[in-house]
Design a binder for this molecule. Structure first.
Ligand SMILES: [Zn+2]
Length: 417
């Protein structure tokens, strides 16, 4: 690895861009609550468009409100090299999740234009509409899904936010007409590289500023509903009970233990439990809970899911409980493009930025883009591994290093014929 002399980017400038964007939807001292299509979201997207314009990029807004900045290449027909992320946030979330990837893209393209002029292949940065599902629980990557052409015709009418507003109405409030959504579809993206905060503890534990993602996790999310017989907590002997809580306890303990024993990188979480009735002195009639199981390794994911499902069925049967097992979402892991991963690793080495290869346990827009493009991701260290919280923090120095790796990788891909 070459020794690092001076970086391409000043941390202070990255820091002030992060702070400026965080003004839109500011929440407390360090948080952001910027829900898709809200007035503060519109203002933030306008700010991003203004930055793209200042950077000398050709700015376009598509039919769902994704903002694109293009640095047109000489080769008109060649598929473009794109980067970017989302600017909506959790409610509230931090100022880095998504936003850093958008700022990184604009900053990188501005620097490439200044240093190297016109590329061979067109470079693009996109500020995506929605990733967090914080306003519409099932919007499910609204911005990137529009780009890959996977938004169903009935969705804008059907989707309703926590505020009761339909997607059609929310889009109208932001000056957009849902009837035009199909026009957001693109077929000209060859490669998509997303820079994102890690949102986990690995880089901090390794003492490294940057990670290079090789695969994004696959997952399956279940709703498990167990039904037994409600009865008096004092008068019903243990051996005569059909107690769904006993079954739930056994399954919840079991699935978590299974993931723990199988080891990294698989994870299983039970995050939500509904008990009915939810009373101190009543054996419940019904217990429903979620199971979220993930692994970036296809074989490990299959083994994990098979063990979970076998346990759920076995416990329900043995305890004479009625079982309803619903799958709410299911997705195979996505592999990053090995050639693009190698380009990013070479970029990190050339910049003298220590980096490690890793997997992503969180899902990202890049996962959607994988349906139409080669994808890769660059992670930047998160302090304490914390995200989806105003406590989220990444140092400006780490951000600047990540952006340099991104810029050098984009250069390697776009400035060769
Ligand atoms: Zn994000």
């Amino acid at each position: 690895m070459t020794e690092r002399t001076t970086g391409w980017f000043e941390p202070e400038r990255i820091e002030s861009a992060i702070a400026a964007l965080a003004e839109f939807g500011a929440y407390g001292e360090t948080g952001v609550a910027r829900l898709v299509y809200s007035p503060e979201w519109v203002a933030a997207q306008d700010q991003v468009a203004a930055w793209m314009d200042e950077a000398g990029l050709r700015v376009e807004r598509d039919a769902v409100g994704n903002v694109w900045g293009f640095l047109d290449g000489r080769g008109r027909d060649a598929a473009m090299i794109a980067t970017g992320s989302h600017i909506d946030s959790q409610n509230p979330g931090g100022r880095f999740d998504g936003a850093l990837g958008v700022i990184a893209g604009v900053t990188a393209l501005a620097a490439l234009r200044e240093r190297f002029g016109q590329p061979e292949r067109t470079l693009a940065v996109v500020s995506l509409v929605e990733e967090e599902a914080s306003r519409f629980p099932t919007a499910n990557f609204w911005g990137s899904r529009a780009i890959i052409g996977r938004i169903g015709a009935e969705e804008p009418r059907r989707l309703r936010g926590y505020d009761g507003v339909t997607m059609i109405e929310a889009m109208r409030d932001a000056g957009l007409d849902a009837a035009h959504i199909p026009e957001a579809k693109r077929a000209d993206i060859g490669t998509f590289i997303e820079l994102h905060i890690e949102q986990g503890p690995f880089l901090e534990r390794e003492g490294l500023p940057v990670g290079i993602v090789e695969a994004i996790t696959g997952y399956r999310q279940y709703l498990v509903t167990l039904e037994g017989a409600a009865n008096h907590a004092g008068t019903t002997p243990m051996d005569l009970r059909r107690d769904p809580m006993a079954g739930a306890a056994e399954i919840i303990g079991g699935v978590i233990d299974t993931a723990h024993r199988m080891g990294r990188p698989c994870v299983t979480t039970v995050g939500r439990v509904n008990v009915s009735p939810n009373e101190r002195a009543v054996i419940p009639r019904q217990v429903a809970f979620t199971v979220d199981a993930r692994s970036p390794l296809p074989d490990q994911r299959e083994t994990l899911l098979a063990r979970h499902e076998a346990l759920i069925h076995e416990v329900a049967e043995r305890r004479d409980l009625a079982l309803h097992l619903r799958i709410d979402s299911d997705r195979q892991p996505v592999r990053c493009d090995p050639e693009t991963v190698a380009v990013i690793a070479a970029a990190a080495a050339a910049a003298g930025v220590p980096a490690m290869k890793m997997t992503s346990g969180a899902v990202h827009d890049a996962m959607q883009m994988a349906e139409i493009a080669r994808i890769a991701m660059i992670f930047v260290r998160s302090r304490g591994g914390i995200s989806h919280s105003p406590e989220e923090f990444t140092t400006a120095e780490d951000a600047a290093l990540g952006i340099e790796v991104l810029a050098r990788a984009l250069h390697a891909l776009a400035y060769r014929a």
